[in-house]
Every structure is written in structure tokens, then in C-alpha cells.
Design a protein around this ligand. Structure first.
Ligand SMILES: [Zn+2]
Ligand SMILES: [Zn+2]
Length: 308
């Protein structure tokens, strides 16, 4: 069982998800369901296996974070995602009108074999996601959105969805809009989701994966753990959403096959982000003044830092 979880489970999930998608596409089935149902099954299986074979037993114990994580997951799935699905085409129409670049529509090489189109889409979309994620770490105002994701002191499957809705929207648009803009077909976009969703869903899983060389391709939990380190030099690494190719290209990749976890996970910036407040209060904390500066609370007589 442990061998299956550590060595087989992750590659099987990625290949299986994409294979199901390809079969459903060939048979003319519903592509959204072909992605959604395997994703739900994968999450349930991951949550079950975390209880049986955890990477760290203490990460199975809630630390006043379960309410925040479950609320955030509900908002992400049932509010943010449906809104983004509606907003994407509207933004594209506005962009085309604004830039008068309808000719860009034909740039995506639709004559390539379908699987190659999907792989190209992964590279393009992940480039946008990489830089938007990196920007969230570099900009104080954007960090105040992204800190919600880093606020958890443990990593487990459900806090994969611990993300600010605005952060969520910026990441999705950075990945998908460039593809839409150059005319990537809808089924290629869906193929991109089918191939990368298992990676993203298992990225925080408290499971003892040992994926070897796959860690140099995918943003696995072994790689992504470093991104949640409380040490800044470790946390400002591995920005990739589902793949680490752009981290390797831009010099932000970190992975150790020997010691595959940081000392501790959580906030790394030494600031005053109120990670223990409720989900709703964290979401709206972005409107506080001067949030990242050390000593903010000392200077802020009006109580800008609720955690003080
Ligand atoms: Zn981050
Ligand atoms: Zn994460």
C-alpha cells in the first residue's frame, strides 16, 4: 500500500485523468464532467489516504484552520469558478475590441496533433501563472491577497483551495486569457485542465510521495512544500502552478531528494498578516493600511492590524 501511494498514485492520477479526458473527447462526451468527476474522486481518495498513510501525522490535526479552508474551498468551487467561467469570454471580447487584434486569433497552431497542442497550452498557460504567482510574492499589496494561501501551518489536501478570490481570478486569467487570445480551441483548454488538475489537487496532499525525476517536471507536493516554508529563501521558490519548467528556466527551482521538507510551513515574511482570523475577515483584510510593513501595528492607532 505504501509503495503504491508513494510511487504509483501520482503518475497514475495524472495519466488516468488525461486518458479519461481523451476517451470522452473521442466519444463526444461531456468534457466538463470528464474533468470534474475524476477530480472529485481523486480528492476523496487523497483525503482518505491522508488518514491512512500521512506524510506527517501532525498535519492531520486541525490547527484552527479547517473552517477557513472549507469555506475557502466552497467559495472557490461554487462562487469564484462559475463567475470566472462567465467573465472569461466577456473579457476576451473587450480585449479584442480594445486592442483591435482579432488577427491574433489564428496564432495557435491548431494543425498540430491534439496532444501536442495540449502540451503547448500547458507551457503557455503556466508561464502566465508562474509570473503572476511570483508577482504576488514581490508586491506588498498583492502579497496581502496571497498570504491567505500561505497562512496555513500544515499542508493537507483541502488547503489546496485556500486562496483569496482575487488571487484566484488573477491566476486563472494569467493562464487562460493568453491562450484564448491567440485562438487555442476550447477542447485544448479543457485538455490543459485535465492534464494539470490532478497535479494541483495533490499539490498540498499530506501523502508520502516519492516521485523522483517527475519532481523536475511537475509541481508535486514534494516540490511545493518548499514554497510553503517559513524561511523566505525557501518560500520564494517553486512558483509553478502545475509544472516547474519555468522555475527551472528562471532559477527559482528548489528540490532535495534527501531532506524533502522545510523545518516549518506558514507565513514567511515576518509581517502582520492576520492568518488566524476567519476566512471572511482575511478576505477583506486586503483593505487595511500598510499591511506588510513591520511595525505596522505600532504605528497604526486606528487598529489597522486586527491580529495585534
Ligand atoms: Zn506563494
Ligand atoms: Zn500552496
Amino acid at each position: 500500500m505504501k509503495f503504491f501511494v508513494s510511487r504509483i498514485f501520482f503518475p497514475m492520477a495524472v495519466i488516468g485523468s488525461f486518458f479519461i479526458f481523451l476517451v470522452v473527447r473521442e466519444t463526444g462526451g461531456n468534457l466538463e464532467i470528464a474533468i470534474f468527476l475524476p477530480s472529485i474522486a481523486l480528492m476523496l481518495l487523497a483525503v482518505y489516504l491522508e488518514r491512512k498513510i500521512p506524510f506527517l501525522a501532525e498535519w492531520n490535526t486541525p490547527q484552527r484552520d479547517l473552517g477557513t479552508d472549507l469555506t475557502s474551498a466552497g467559495v472557490a468551487m461554487f462562487v469564484t469558478e462559475p463567475i470566472l467561467k462567465l467573465a472569461g469570454p466577456v473579457i476576451m471580447v473587450a480585449l479584442y475590441g480594445l486592442l483591435a487584434r482579432q488577427d491574433a486569433f489564428g496564432l495557435f497552431p491548431t494543425a498540430l496533433p491534439f496532444v501536442l497542442q495540449v502540451l503547448l497550452a500547458v507551457l503557455i498557460a503556466e508561464f502566465g501563472s508562474y509570473w503572476v504567482h511570483r508577482w504576488h510574492h514581490a508586491s506588498p499589496r498583492l502579497w496581502w491577497l496571497h498570504a491567505l494561501h500561505h497562512g496555513s501551518r500544515r499542508l493537507y489536501a483541502i488547503n489546496n483551495f485556500r486562496v483569496h478570490p482575487v488571487n484566484h481570478a488573477l491566476s486563472v486569467f494569467a493562464g487562460i486569457l493568453p491562450l484564448m487570445f491567440i485562438g487555442a480551441p476550447a477542447d485544448v483548454l479543457m485538455g490543459y485542465l485535465a492534464l494539470t488538475s490532478p497535479v494541483v489537487l495533490l499539490q498540498h496532499a499530506n501523502l508520502p510521495f516519492r516521485n523522483g525525476l517527475l519532481n523536475y517536471v511537475f509541481s508535486t507536493n514534494e516540490v511545493h512544500r518548499w514554497h510553503h516554508s517559513t524561511v523566505p529563501d525557501e518560500a520564494n521558490r517553486n512558483f509553478g502552478r502545475a509544472i516547474v519548467i519555468w522555475d527551472l528556466v528562471f532559477g527559482t527551482f528548489r528540490y532535495s531528494s534527501q531532506a524533502n521538507k522545510p523545518q516549518a510551513v506558514g507565513l514567511f515574511d515576518g509581517g502582520t498578516y492576520p492568518a488566524d482570523l476567519s476566512y471572511v475577515r482575511q478576505v477583506f483584510s486586503m483593505f487595511r493600511r500598510d499591511p506588510r510593513a513591520p511595525g505596522c501595528c505600532d504605528r497604526c492607532a486606528s487598529g489597522c492590524c486586527a491580529s495585534a
